[in-house]
Design a protein around this ligand. Sequence first.
Ligand code: SAH
Length: 233
Amino acid sequence: MVIRGWIIPPPKAPIKTVTEFEAERRAKARLLEAQGLLKSERIKSALLKVPREEFIPSQYRDYAYEEVPLPIPGALATISCPHSYPLFYEPLELARGHRFLEIGTGSGYGAAVAREVVGNQGLVVSIEIDPVTHEFAKRNLERMGYADVLLILGDGALGYPGMAPYDRVALTAACRDFPAPLIEQLKPDGRAIAPLVEGDRQILTLLTKAPDGVRREKLCAVLYVALRGGGSP
Ligand code: SAH
């Protein structure tokens, strides 16, 4: 199976134990640090704490710490590769106390990691457009004890004005540009990150809302599913 150029490993019955997953999780964090992708202690503790395998359908569970996106329930939905989360959260400088908005809940894993980073003084709101995927994320987050993550079913390109303004916004699906409502819902000096489509490539782009306008900084080439829905630019 291939998702947007990624080769997905074959489904199989899971056999790995909790101890094996823990060891894989620690090894993955060490590798991400060695690669220079993981720098902040807080993001590292979050990655060590959240069991990624619990956010993956059982037939792909054993691949939890491999660098591939894996299929999850819903049309075109995936849990992103493990390195995606430090890749997004480090340049965002996601930190304790932040109000964080995620577009594309997927499995709910990214929202759980973000909740560990922002802590109970912060807030995580996550929007998913696919009802089947939204239900999957909801079940995962509730089962893992993340009852205070606010999950919204809808078009994330419109943001969620009810909890705005946000310190940080992450889009985990690719679009042509940052949707205007998301920039409006950012606090002054707030940051947003998204894979932006440029020709046949996607460039992970960091946006900073400065007093004199928005600044965009291109970070690296990436490959994510496309943002859907009428509100997408
Ligand atoms: N962050 C996720 C990975 C998300 S993959 C995780 O941690 O698992 C991208 C997701 O974006 C998919 O689930 C897809 O259904 C969703 N999506 C696509 N367009 C959207 C939109 N306009 N609003 C909200 N979600 C959207």
